[in-house]
Design a protein around this ligand. Structure first.
Ligand code: SAH
Length: 356
C-alpha cells in the first residue's frame, strides 16, 4: 500500500506532467477555472477563489494562494499561471511608465502605463515586434517575432495595475504589433479584460493600420470597443510610401470598409493621422483628407510625429499643427491633437521597441 506522502508525490508528478501540456490559468474565465479545480479533485467554489487570486490579488503561483489547502497548493505549485516579469522600467517626468516585460519564453515586449488624475490608461502590445514596417515607427524597424497569446495581453494590464497600485480605467491596443493580425487572441483578451478584470469595453480602443476584410469581420463581433484606424496620409500614393502594407490595400477601399463598420455597428471610427512636417501636413493634404471623410461619422486624431532614430522625419511646429487642425475644422471634420505622453522615456506612440 502507498503511504500518504507517496500518494501526494504521485499526484504532484501527475499534475506537473499535465501542466507541461496545459494552457495557462491566466486568461481563463471563472467557468474554466471551476472546471479545472474540479478536474483536480477540488470543490467547485475553489474556482471562484482562484479567479479572485489571479485577477484581483495578483497571484503569480498557485503556492501563493493561502486559502487553498497546503498540500494541494504545493502539489499544483508548478501549474502555470503565466505572469511576465518586469525586465526594465522607466519613468518619464510626466509620470508615464514604460515597462519591458519578459515573457515565459524569454521574449521581451513593451507596455506603457499613462496616468492622469482620473484615468490610468495602459497601452498594450498585441505582438512581439510588428510585421507592418511603417516607415516612421520604431517597432516595425525591429521586425516581427510572434503573436502574443491572450494571457500575455491580459498580463500587461495586471502588471501596470499592480505597479501603480491603482485600477486601470482605459486600455489602448497601441503598443507593439498589429492587433488585426492576431484577432483571436486580441478578442479573447478583450473578453477577459472586460469580464474577468472588470474594465468596460467602452474604455478600450483598438488601433489598426487596416487589414483587408478584418475591419468588417470585427464589426460582426459587435464590440463596444472604439476602433481607431491609422490613416496617416490623404492619398494612396503617399500612404503606400509611408506604410508598405498599403500597397495591397487601397485607401479608398480602406475608407469604404470603415464606412461599412460604422453602418454595421453604429459606432464612430477614429482616424489617426501622424503629422510629418513637409510630408503630409500641408493645407492641401488637410483638404484632401476632408474630402475623403465628408459625411462620415468619425473623428480625426492628429499625432505629431515622435522622433525615432532610424529616420529623419520632423514634427511640424505648433503653428503648423494648429493650421492643419483649423483646415480640417473648416471642413467640419471633428478633430483633436494627441500629444503623446512619455516622450522622454521613449514610451510615446511609435517609439516602442524591445530594448532600453
Ligand atoms: N499597428 C497599430 C498599432 C500601432 S501604434 C496601428 O498601426 O494602428 C499606435 C499608433 O502610433 C499608430 O497610429 C501608429 O501609426 C502611431 N505611430 C507609429 N509611429 C509613430 C511615431 N514615430 N510618432 C507618432 N505616432 C506614431
Amino acid at each position: 500500500m502507498q503511504s500518504q506522502s507517496d500518494e501526494t508525490a504521485a499526484i504532484a508528478v501527475e499534475s506537473r506532467q499535465e501542466s507541461n501540456s496545459s494552457s495557462p490559468l491566466l486568461g481563463c474565465s471563472v467557468a474554466d477555472l471551476t472546471s479545472w479545480v474540479k478536474s483536480q479533485g477540488q470543490p467547485g467554489y475553489r474556482g471562484q477563489q482562484l479567479h479572485q487570486w489571479i485577477y484581483q490579488k495578483g497571484a503569480r503561483s498557485l503556492s501563493d494562494i493561502t486559502v487553498f489547502p497546503k498540500q494541494w497548493r504545493e502539489s499544483v505549485a508548478d501549474f502555470p499561471i503565466c505572469r511576465s516579469t518586469i525586465h526594465y522600467r522607466s519613468v518619464a517626468p510626466d509620470g508615464t511608465i514604460k515597462y519591458l516585460l519578459r515573457l515565459a519564453d524569454g521574449q521581451i515586449i513593451e507596455a506603457v502605463g499613462i496616468p492622469t488624475d482620473k484615468r490610468l490608461t495602459v497601452c498594450v502590445s498585441s505582438q512581439v515586434g510588428c510585421p507592418m514596417a511603417c516607415d516612421f515607427c520604431a517597432t516595425g524597424k525591429g521586425g516581427f517575432t510572434r503573436n502574443l497569446a491572450r494571457h500575455e495581453i491580459v498580463d500587461q494590464v495586471l502588471t501596470v495595475q499592480e505597479d501603480f497600485q491603482r485600477r486601470v480605467s482605459h486600455i489602448v491596443f497601441m503598443g507593439m504589433g498589429e492587433p488585426l493580425l492576431n484577432v483571436d487572441n486580441v478578442l479573447g483578451a478583450i473578453k477577459c479584460l472586460n469580464e474577468d478584470v472588470g474594465i468596460g469595453q467602452r474604455m478600450m480602443t483598438l488601433s489598426t493600420v487596416g487589414i483587408r476584410d478584418r475591419i468588417r469581420e470585427l464589426a460582426e463581433h459587435q464590440l463596444q470597443v472604439t476602433l481607431a484606424v491609422s490613416l496617416h496620409a490623404s492619398n494612396q500614393a503617399l500612404r503606400k510610401q509611408l506604410i508598405p502594407s498599403a500597397r495591397a490595400y487601397d485607401l479608398d477601399d480602406l475608407i469604404s470598409e470603415c464606412r461599412e463598420y460604422v453602418q454595421l455597428t453604429g459606432r464612430r471610427v477614429s482616424f489617426e493621422y501622424i503629422l510629418l512636417a513637409g510630408v503630409n501636413d500641408c493645407p492641401e493634404h488637410a483638404d484632401e483628407l476632408a474630402r475623403h471623410l465628408r459625411g462620415f461619422q468619425c473623428h480625426v486624431n492628429l499625432i505629431p510625429y515622435n522622433p525615432i532614430q532610424e529616420v529623419d522625419y520632423q514634427r511640424p511646429t505648433p503653428n503648423g499643427i494648429q493650421a492643419f487642425v483649423a483646415a480640417l475644422k473648416n471642413q467640419h471634420i471633428a478633430v483633436s491633437v494627441r500629444y503623446s505622453r512619455g516622450l522622454e522615456a521613449d514610451a510615446a506612440c511609435g517609439q516602442l521597441r524591445a530594448s532600453k
